[in-house]
Write a protein that binds this ligand. Structure first.
Ligand code: ZN
Ligand code: ZN
Length: 335
């Protein structure tokens, strides 16, 4: 399957958590956690449409000001999702600055808080109103659904992280429309923006006789019916799934939630904070060990494992946690 999402850690595994996910062919990106973001160039930052914050510990949220600084002149609203109470925290961050000269700025920030009962609270902050919080409104987030486009959705579950909740997220492509490149060559249809429009129509389950304009190699346009075109150049399969898990106590309840969320994921990005020999520290500090992270990925049937959020105590052995996690993921036991 061709990737619909291109995933990268913003920092090395010892740095602050932040996972940048670019959506293929869409000039848009999503950000999971918002630690130090200085390693991201402005052109990448500006693609971010929505941010998903697991919890408000400083290593997961310290990059918010950097994001705000870069976005101040942007027309596109910024969506920030996170656990209950995040709206108030973001409100405090915004209130910490002086905003008397930004009346004409278009930026708005909407903070949407996940809720266990499916009734989330959203709060909007507009530059034109000096980022004063507007009255909260409620939005439906059934079964943890926080964000949905025609193309993908993001769901959250709440994990225990000591005595606070920490959200884990699943990004799911709704339907993967695979294009047969050889058919495009044969028909003389070069890839281009028309192909994204075609895929959107397929995903939206548009009527088979919907006309689709196709730009040909020689610059002429041809109009085809969606059904015919689909049969000739594409097939559909289950979409990609990327799961992000961090700052979770090593408890059976968390393991069960993670296994459900990460079932059959194409990629599980998961914290690996402590080594197996330091399980007592993992329990005390409410984090996962590398071995547990790998074992959860294996049991969930994830295809790939990406680990991050290493404790600085292992800096002298930079591969130790990676190796332990990947060994457990392969079922090879501890190393
Ligand atoms: Zn953390
Ligand atoms: Zn934490």
């Amino acid at each position: 399957m061709r990737s619909s999402f291109f995933v990268r850690l913003v920092n090395d595994p010892f740095g602050d958590p932040a996972l940048y996910v670019r959506v293929a062919h869409r000039r848009e990106a999503l950000l999971f956690d918002c630690g130090d973001l200085h390693a991201l160039p402005a052109r990448d930052l500006l693609k971010i449409r929505a941010v998903f914050v697991s919890h408000a510990h400083i290593d997961h949220l310290a990059g918010f000001d950097h994001l705000l600084r870069t976005f101040l002149y942007r027309r596109q609203p910024l969506l920030v999702h996170g656990p209950p109470g995040l709206g108030e925290r973001i409100g405090h961050r915004l209130a910490a600055y002086t905003w008397n000269l930004i009346d004409g700025y278009p930026l708005s920030i909407e903070v949407r808080e996940w809720a266990a009962d499916g009734a989330g609270q959203a709060r909007c902050f507009r530059a034109s109103r000096a980022f004063r919080p507007e009255a909260p409104r409620f939005f439906a987030c059934p079964a943890g659904l926080l964000h949905e486009t025609t193309h993908y959705r993001v769901r959250a579950v709440s994990l225990e992280h000591g005595d606070i909740p920490c959200l884990a997220f699943a990004l799911e492509e709704k339907l993967h429309v695979a294009i047969h490149r050889d058919a495009l060559d044969r028909l003389g249809y070069p890839p281009g923006p028309w192909l994204s429009r075609f895929k959107d129509l397929v995903r939206a389950d548009a009527p088979q006789d919907t006309p689709v304009q196709v730009a040909r190699h020689d610059g002429t346009m041809v109009v085809r019916h969606l059904g015919e075109l689909t049969a000739e150049i594409a097939h559909c399969e289950a979409g990609m799934k990327i799961v992000y898990v961090t700052d979770a106590s090593p408890s059976p309840a968390n393991a069960e939630q993670i296994l459900r969320l990460a079932a059959d994921a194409h990629l599980l990005a998961i914290e690996a904070c402590f080594a197996e020999a330091d399980q007592h520290l993992a329990a005390e500090r409410n984090h996962l060990t590398a071995g547990l992270a790998g074992a959860l990925g294996r049991r969930a049937g994830a295809k790939k494992l990406l680990v991050f959020h290493h404790s600085p105590r292992y800096q002298a052995q930079p591969r130790r946690l990676q190796d332990q996690a990947q060994a457990a993921f392969r079922g090879a036991g501890e190393s």
